[in-house]
Design a protein. Structure first.
Length: 203
């Protein structure tokens, strides 16, 4: 399949529900979000390495007309561009592939439910704590003092993931976590000092 490569902080444009191609992330890190009617960005997930981006877009478009946005977060990201007709013919006639797609949807639904539960039950502080904890399997790296999240994430991005209205609210929450020695910042990236403190918000 042909592939395309995009640079950091550029966007992969996927417009139109009935477009000709499906896009599959081959390698790299991306952020998936939708643009709300009032212009705010609501972040859905970070995706690292192989994932069928267009399946997520198709599922979201079943429920909202908000613009779907994919931003590259690594230095580069590479995507396969697969003809949509070919893709769904494989789904139709290849049972293993159909099982993969079905599992994909179930997994994304489970992630959405857990994320909504966390945001609803724990308040702003708990939502931010749970979000930081969710970064560990994606970008976490064990170091001497704790777990280093090897991705630079802005306060605006955290606000967009956690349903917090302003970056100032996120800044206040992060400052509180630093004062309690739960996290610290190293080269504008998060270093988790107390994993168990964060973990309690996702159990």
């Amino acid at each position: 399949m042909p592939s395309i490569t995009k640079k950091k902080h550029t966007y992969l444009m996927i417009d139109g529900h009935d477009q000709e191609y499906m896009y599959v992330l081959k390698e790299g890190i991306i952020k998936v979000s939708v643009i709300l009617c009032d212009g705010r960005e609501f972040n859905i997930t970070y995706i690292k390495d192989f994932d069928v981006i267009s399946l997520l877009k198709d599922e979201i478009n079943e429920f909202t007309t908000s613009q779907f946005r994919v931003r590259i977060e690594s230095d580069t990201a590479t995507f396969y561009r697969v003809p949509r007709e070919l893709f769904f013919n494989e789904v139709k006639y290849n049972s293993d592939f159909k099982n993969y797609v079905d599992t994909y949807y179930r997994t994304k639904l489970k992630e959405a439910i857990i994320r909504q539960q966390t945001m609803t039950m724990n308040g702003k502080n708990g939502a931010v704590c749970a979000f930081i904890y969710s970064l560990i399997p994606l970008f976490g790296r064990k170091v001497k003092k704790g777990i280093f999240i090897d991705l630079q994430i802005t306060n605006d991005d955290i606000a967009g993931f956690c349903g917090v209205s302003t970056r100032n609210s996120v800044n206040r929450i992060l400052r509180g976590l630093r004062e309690e020695n739960v996290i610290t910042m190293v080269y504008h990236k998060i270093l988790i000092l107390d994993e168990n403190y964060l973990k309690r918000y996702v159990q």
